[in-house]
Design a protein around this ligand. Sequence first.
Ligand code: SF4
Length: 281
Amino acid sequence: MMSDDLSRHASSSLAQSPGAAARLQPATQRHARASDRHDELIEQALELLRRAAAEHAGSVVLSSSLGVEDMVLTDLIRRHQLDIPVATLDTGALHAETLELLERAQRHYGIDIEVWRPQEQAVLQFVASNGADAMYRSVALRHACCAVRKLEPLGRMLEARSAWVTGLRREQSAQRGSLHARQVGSDGRVKFSPLIDWALGDVWQYVADFDVPYNPLHDRFFPSIGCAPCTRAVTLGEDQRAGRWWWERDGEKECGLHVQRETPVPQGASNDPSRQPGAPA
Ligand code: SF4
């Protein structure tokens, strides 16, 4: 498929069709289904968040994509008044719906969400050299675009922090199946993923029960939402991340935010990165 066709495919989704969207069942109705462990999963997530806040006081952040999992974590943090700030990346290529949710979430929770943006000059230079649709031409160019728009600002977001919280779930993809609730990255930073064992039904049950604000694109069959040019709706039976970089046939459907070498932290072990195996001396 040529890059122009790809751009059209991305923008001709149900997201662009308000009439069709109005006839859709909300994602809460489609997906909300509490598993037998639902209450236990909420308690476990809370316990991990409390631990992150206590062990990394003033040095931990929720890195939110504003996707539904991160909205659940934002709700848990605010509802239980945990001292964990929320931050997000504005890549300059987000859907209007995502930017609107950013404003809505701040109003709903009465918080300022940190917004980290790429270096403007670096983006202009990348687009001038490679074109606005470079990501469709090769995996290398796609990774280069993610490096400029996502990895560089993420690095600044985490620079002075010893830990971060993410909404990763094992069920989301084969690549994420081996993740752990607490891992130490090769940079020594601890990553907490309190929803690691949650099923999609548990996530949406929480959203329905606590009236959590969410991106309307989820109602339009976008289970995973990234930059507009690189995200499409999924169809029945497709993987939850099939709509991300859908034109790439092989390889990991990741942008590099979660692919560095990491070491699991066993339950009860110290969170001091300097004491973890594989951590820098
Ligand atoms: S997801 Fe797409 S637009 Fe966003 S940074 Fe990566 S390649 Fe660029």
